[in-house]
Write a protein of this length. Structure first.
Lengths: 455, 170
């Protein structure tokens, strides 16, 4: 970490990953992991230029009361009940100007089985002119709950930042704790963490690709991909004792070894998926009615993805090459020669193509790792000491970053940046490129986490 | 002409309140209950509300609809509209930002309503218990009829819980 003056605070060139504050400082994290800090003056710090900073600055205000001086966007992030009389302090939605424009309000309770959030569309006929997302409904106070606990105890909260990416968040949290306290994790734990992370990626990609097809009225792909997600979850249960592999990654290693016979279950699930994947991909590519809904829908142009520093399949479908698994020192991926699929169309179809390609790569990685599991212990003793550390892991939807300050074995500072934070504003943009009826497709193709940003 | 009618009504006083025959009412009630059970069978429509989950419960809730668990075979369907729902299924903690939305969803449902708290967070706040951002589990918002524990509960556990509800009210 580098302490900087105001000029350097404002002058960082790399894409912004995250921004947060603690009692004394504001921190800004830039790719590929450069952390700078500036002292707060009267609870304020200079606002940052990159568009991705806005949500983080709003969040810092709601969590800690700190003000980004000069910020244009001062809407609340998670705090809906700020006024003394209990009324919502959220400002009125800004409707797109024009004759005949009307608003459509959706949520926080949605029609499908998904998380809570409110979407306010400005619509002219069917064309969406503007989308404003109001989040914060899933706010649970996760960051505050971590404080004062040991990294092992707080890992339970990291595992529940976003349930679909529980493994990735637990790994990033463990990386941060291990970096803070200078702990080296045994190779077997690193390999099994990666096995779980890739299984999580496979399960989510399968579920989401099917769900996008389902939202386009194409039930067959939804049904088949849902079966594969189920098979992978059942294999995860057999191998690691939990369908989502929650609470297995802990700081210092993993909480339990792969169960006897579990690897065979995993390999069987992968074989079933691999056998059907080419046929499913063909269906996806060949059906004109499906392609008609997906191609050219919800476009995120590469320059916009670059401006937000978008990661994951959202970034990679819009020409961005970053993948946190390529970060130097991110074992065990260094020896794997990871192939990162990149497309430039930036539409729903491109995001699905990227995810299909990533599935093939994850199949390869899991097999490779399971074939040569190192024969070492799976964890080291609970971590003690004092330090500050950053950790990153590539979740299925993109990089997740955790920052931890640990004092005498207990957490005194924490921040979590899910990839979704930079994807939500891109969803607002992508929705404007289509009609209202395409929104479910666009939303599902990006699949930003609500819980992951509501913290 | 109208004043004559008005005057007649004023002179006549209040008409006696009409009371339906108790025996007829009771027999009709029984016949309707029997016919309802036979015609509607064990069908229940479920309105799900995520009140502050990590989205793990939603993943498993969706999985109950896949070809393996096939929740629909039991007559159990998820409905987008609270007006069509018999069951309010709540996942996640009772987040302060969601309390009002949960109350309004319940108010939009026709009685009777069965309330289910699915997942440890909805049961009692789970690992988030004690956080100032939440009021607790679903019970802190409205009375709960059935809990399905687990973090998250497996699709099998969710289906079992829903079937128990059907059995109890068969």
């Amino acid at each position: 970490m580098i302490f900087v003056n105001e000029q350097d605070w404002l002058g960082q060139a790399a894409p912004l990953i995250a921004l947060w504050t603690d009692a004394e400082h504001a921190y800004a994290l830039y790719q590929p992991g450069r952390l700078v800090a500036i002292p707060l003056v009267d609870g304020a710090y200079p606002t940052l230029e990159p568009p991705g900073a806005a949500w983080f600055q709003r969040l810092a205000h709601d969590l800690n009361g700190h003000v980004a001086t000069g910020a244009a966007d001062t809407r609340p992030a998670i705090e809906h009940l700020r006024a003394a009389d209990g009324t919502a302090a959220w400002p009125d939605f800004a409707v797109a100007p024009g004759e005949g424009v009307h608003q459509v309000a959706v949520g926080p309770v949605h029609a499908a089985i998904i998380e809570p959030g409110h979407f306010r569309f400005s619509v002219l006929g069917e064309q969406v002119l503007k989308l404003e997302a109001r989040l914060g409904y899933a706010h649970k106070g996760t960051l505050a709950l971590m404080l004062g606990k040991s990294p092992r105890l707080a890992a339970r909260f990291a595992a529940r930042v976003s349930g679909d990416a529980t493994v990735a968040h637990a790994i990033a949290f463990a990386h941060a704790a291990e970096a803070a306290l200078g702990v080296d994790v045994p190779p077997r734990a690193r390999a099994l963490r990666a096995v779980m992370a890739e299984l999580e990626r496979l399960a989510n990609h399968a579920g989401d690709i099917g769900a996008v097809a389902g939202d386009a009225g194409f039930a067959f792909l939804d049904a088949r991909f849902a079966v594969h997600r189920e098979t992978i979850c059942a294999a995860a249960q057999a191998a690691f004792g939990h369908r989502l592999m929650m609470d297995i990654v802990i700081p210092g290693g993993i909480a339990g070894d792969i169960l006897s016979g579990g690897d065979a279950e995993v390999l069987a699930a992968l074989a079933a998926l691999e056998a059907e994947l080419p046929a499913l991909r063909r269906v996806f590519e060949d059906y004109a009615s499906l392609q008609d809904r997906l191609v050219g829908t919800g476009v995120i142009p590469p320059d916009l993805a670059a401006a937000y520093g978008a990661g994951g399949y959202v970034g990679r479908a819009s020409g961005q090459h970053a993948d946190a698994r390529l970060t130097p020192g991110y074992a065990p991926y260094e020896g794997i020669e990871l192939a990162v699929p990149v497309e430039t169309d930036g539409d729903v179809a491109a995001r699905i193509r990227v995810r299909l390609a990533e599935m093939s790569e994850s199949l390869r990685i899991v097999r490779l790792l399971l074939a040569e599991l190192p024969d070492t212990p799976i964890a080291v003793a609970p971590l003690m000491g004092t330090g500050m550390g950053l950790g990153v892991a590539e979740s299925f939807r993109g990089p997740v970053w955790h920052w931890l300050a640990v004092t005498a074995g207990s957490i005194t500072g924490a921040f979590i940046a899910d990839a979704s934070t930079l994807h939500w504003p891109l969803l607002e943009h992508a929705s404007k490129t289509g009609i209202l009826a395409d929104f479910p497709l666009i939303n599902k193709s990006i699949n930003a986490s609500y819980s992951g940003v509501d913290l | 002409m109208v004043w004559k009618t008005v005057a007649r009504h004023m002179m006549a006083g209040h008409a006696p309140a009409r009371v339906p025959d108790a025996a007829i009412t009771q027999s009709l009630r029984e016949r309707l209950a029997a016919a309802g059970a036979a015609k509607l069978g064990r069908s229940l429509a479920i309105r799900h509300v995520a009140a502050g989950s990590c989205n793990g419960c939603e993943l498993e809730l969706r999985a109950t609809q896949n070809l393996i668990y096939d929740l629909t075979q039991y007559g159990l369907v998820f409905t987008p509209s609270p007006r069509h729902a018999d069951v309010l299924l709540i996942t996640g903690v009772a987040g302060r930002n969601m309390v009002e939305a949960v109350r309004q969803t319940r108010a939009a449902m026709p009685d009777p309503v069965f309330v289910i708290a699915a997942g440890d967070c909805a049961v009692d706040g789970g690992v988030f218990k004690g956080s100032p951002a939440i009021t607790g589990g679903a019970e802190s918002i409205l009375p709960v009829d059935l809990i399905i524990a687990g973090c998250p509960p497996t699709p099998g556990q969710i289906v079992d819980g829903l079937l128990a509800l059907l059995e109890a009210h068969a």
